[in-house]
Design a protein around this ligand. Structure first.
Ligand SMILES: *Cc1c(COP(=O)(O)O)cnc(C)c1O
Length: 421
């Protein structure tokens, strides 16, 4: 049943986020098409999570393939130290033109976590270069997730996240609740005042906290965080790796609250999901703090594969599609279909909450239910849906057909109904 490469090959693989002793064997994927993943045994799964939210235009979009193919024939890669290339220059200019607020420079890396590492290093060194060496801590939020590398882990929720094992290893940061009420905002302000001298900045996933449990907050809470942070001169870092490019509704979540980040992190859907790329965008003020006659004031970071021309070509092609195709309207349609399809789960026993925002639909379950056990049931339904923590969620390609999306929400209703019996 499995292809020749599978049995011996899979024994050579260490899978992500996986208890290798007990987890079911990974499925063999042989092709992708539109919103389908095709398995070696011929089954086709409708993808409900767009390969960790990245494949926003669906798989194998001809424009993405064509532009990456074109770049492949010209220059697949070249180092970025001392050299630049057209794809990166064009992409940087285009990102700055659409990014929220007034950002002035783009630092490219190869994935989301390094984009966060770069943001944290920028923020710490910003203060150091300006003569405030002790300002090296960050405020971050309960249920937050910013990536898997050490710095990014340090600003993720230490108790609820998958990074628990490292809580005593990573630098200690200040983890507070998203200030959802007026009183909470006053407490947040007092907290910033009390710790201000030791703080570099505040990092948040705007509107939707993703891998930490898909918790939402409203634009007022986000605006308050940004205002209180920036009023104290602290750097406001927006991690839009998950929310960027219409996933949460608006092009960027910051747009909805009208907030201007000092530093913005992008990844995931940046390349339309075909290649790894991260981008850290900084304001002129942040950038200026690194200009000096002292070589030591420079930003000392430079991944080998930063600004990879293939990835930048994919990102430029993805931006073309956002300009040419009606993604914002499609997201509005997805939001409605998700609402209609998931809302019936609210009445079921064991369902704690149902929430939808943009192209994200969440059914939150009683924490006593072991949700990873539901994964094979979704596969049996013909759906690729990966519940984690206490949630079953959908974050499909923005181009998904309404009938496919209804198929997915029906699968969620059936599997959740059986799970809570
Ligand atoms: C996925 C994610 C990251 C990490 O990106 P990787 O490409 O997986 O390293 C960081 N922040 C947020 C908000 C994310 O959703």
């Amino acid at each position: 049943m499995n292809p020749a490469w599978y049995d011996e090959g899979v024994r050579a693989i260490w899978s992500p986020y996986c208890q290798m002793k007990t987890a079911p064997a990974p499925l063999a994927a042989v092709a992708t098409r539109g919103t389908r993943i095709i398995l070696a045994d011929g089954r086709e799964l409708i993808d409900g999570v767009a390969s960790w939210w990245s494949a926003c235009h669906g798989y194998n979009h001809p424009h993405l393939l064509e532009q990456v193919g074109r770049q492949l024939a010209i220059m697949p890669h070249v180092m970025f130290g001392g050299l630049v290339h057209e794809q990166a220059c064009t992409l940087a200019r285009r990102l700055l033109a659409i990014a929220p607020g007034k950002l002035a420079r783009v630092f490219f890396s190869y994935s989301g976590s390094p984009a966060v590492e770069v943001a944290l290093k920028m923020a710490v060194q910003y203060w150091k270069n300006r003569g405030h060496a002790g300002r090296d801590r960050f405020v971050c939020f309960t249920d937050g997730y910013h990536g898997d590398t050490l710095g990014a882990m340090s600003v993720s929720d230490p108790d609820h996240s998958m990074h628990r094992a490292f809580r005593d290893v990573v630098p200690r940061q200040h983890v507070v609740d998203i200030p959802r009420t007026c009183e909470a905002r006053q407490r947040f302000a007092s907290f910033l005042d009390a710790h201000g001298d030791a703080l570099a900045g505040v990092i948040v996933e705007p509107l939707v906290q993703g891998a930490g449990g898909m918790r939402f907050h409203d634009a007022e809470a986000l605006a308050a965080i940004a205002e209180l942070t920036r009023a104290r001169g602290l750097l406001f870092i927006a991690d839009e790796i998950a929310t960027g490019f219409h996933r949460a509704g608006p092009r960027f979540a910051c747009d909805e609250a009208g907030v201007a980040p000092d530093i913005l992190c992008l990844g995931k859907a940046l390349t339309g999901g075909v290649l790894g790329l991260g981008a850290t965008l900084a304001s002129e003020q942040v950038f200026d703090a690194f200009l000096s006659d002292d070589a030591g004031a420079a930003l000392m970071h430079g991944p080998t594969f930063m600004a990879n021309p293939l990835a930048c070509a994919a990102a430029n092609a993805s931006l073309d599609l956002f300009e040419r195709e009606p993604r914002a309207r499609q997201v509005a349609g997805i939001e409605q279909t998700l609402r209609a399809g998931l809302e019936p789960c609210r009445g079921l026993p064991g369902v704690v909450d149902v929430r939808v925002r943009g192209a994200i639909g969440v059914v939150q379950l009683d924490p006593r239910i072991h949700v990873p056990a539901l994964r094979p049931r979704f596969v049996a339904e013909g759906a690729w849906i990966r519940p984690f923590g206490d949630i079953v969620y959908l974050a499909p390609a923005l181009v998904i057909e309404p009938s496919d999306l209804e198929f997915l929400t029906a699968a969620v209703r059936r599997v959740v109904a059986l799970a809570v019996k």
